[in-house]
Design a binder for this molecule. Structure first.
Ligand SMILES: Nc1ncnc2c1ncn2[C@@H]1O[C@H](COP(=O)(O)OP(=O)(O)OP(=O)(O)O)[C@@H](O)[C@H]1O
Length: 242
């Protein structure tokens, strides 16, 4: 279990999770988990299938009840899922501002869609979008809420490799501009290294390891270490066997 330095917990707009417990019946899936996400910090949660990543994300989103501990989130988090979850009967700009009660909704949607490169598609329909474009609309819909916490549950997993790389660049830019705290759930070690300021390796409902990445990071070494923590054997650092 990783306990963050106390100083971080007092940072403005930080997300603070203390001693979190989430159980299904008698079975604990998350047990005494502690986590701090600073404003503008990009945290990646990496872990094998079934270790509790989505459970943690859903608890942070306020979608599920918890059985112990506390979660402090500034404002209402925005979530982007693996599927875009756009409403097919609404135009793109209406999808982006659905649930927002603001007078200038169309202008806000135009700005958000502009930021994801779809400023000329306001009146288009979800059915006319590629997978990557639909995920960009989902991102615009999240960012238009100006969240202090952005939760990303494998939003790039269904995209082809090239589109995924482009989305990484876009998300990195958007986060730098808007400065929400981010928690990204992924299985993809390279995605974690590319995007994260900090990578948390989750195992059996707790954070088993933590890596803070620096710009001059030795990527091959970080990848080898993460794969080993995930229990994946590698033949050598340059050609991981996954
Ligand atoms: N509604 C539920 N009822 C009972 N058990 C559940 C429920 N949802 C999840 N679980 C269990 O909780 C554990 C963690 O699930 P979770 O979906 O958080 O894992 P994950 O790390 O996100 O996995 P994946 O990477 O495959 O999505 C699993 O053992 C799963 O079977």
């Amino acid at each position: 279990m990783t306990v963050q330095p106390r100083a971080e917990a007092f940072q403005k707009n930080a997300v603070v999770v203390s001693n979190l417990r989430r159980a299904y019946g008698e079975r604990s899936v998350i047990d005494h988990l502690n986590l701090v996400i600073g404003q503008g910090e990009f945290v990646v949660l990496l872990g094998e299938s079934g270790c509790g990543k989505t459970t943690l994300l859903r608890a942070l989103a306020g979608l599920d009840p918890v059985q112990g501990g506390t979660i402090e989130v500034p404002g209402r988090p925005a979530v982007v899922f693996q599927e875009h979850r756009l409403l097919p009967w609404e135009t793109l700009w209406r999808n982006v501002t659905l649930g927002l009660t603001v007078a200038d909704a169309r202008a806000r949607a135009a700005a958000a869609l502009g930021e994801v490169g779809l400023g000329d598609r306001l009146d288009d329909w979800p059915r006319n979008l590629s997978g990557g474009q639909a995920q960009r609309v989902a991102l615009a819909r999240a960012l238009v809420q100006e969240p202090k916490l952005l939760l990303l549950d494998e939003p790039f997993a269904a995209l082809d490799a090239l589109t995924r790389l482009r989305m990484h660049g876009l998300v990195k830019d958007l986060v730098a501009r808007h400065q929400p705290g981010v928690l990204l759930v992924t299985h993809d070690v390279d995605e974690a290294i590319r995007l994260g300021d900090r990578i948390l390796v989750m195992r059996d409902g707790v954070i088993a390891a933590e890596h803070r990445l620096t710009p001059d990071q030795d990527v091959a070494a970080a990848r080898a270490e993460l794969l080993s923590e995930l229990g994946v054997s590698v033949r050598n650092e340059k050609s991981p066997s996954y």
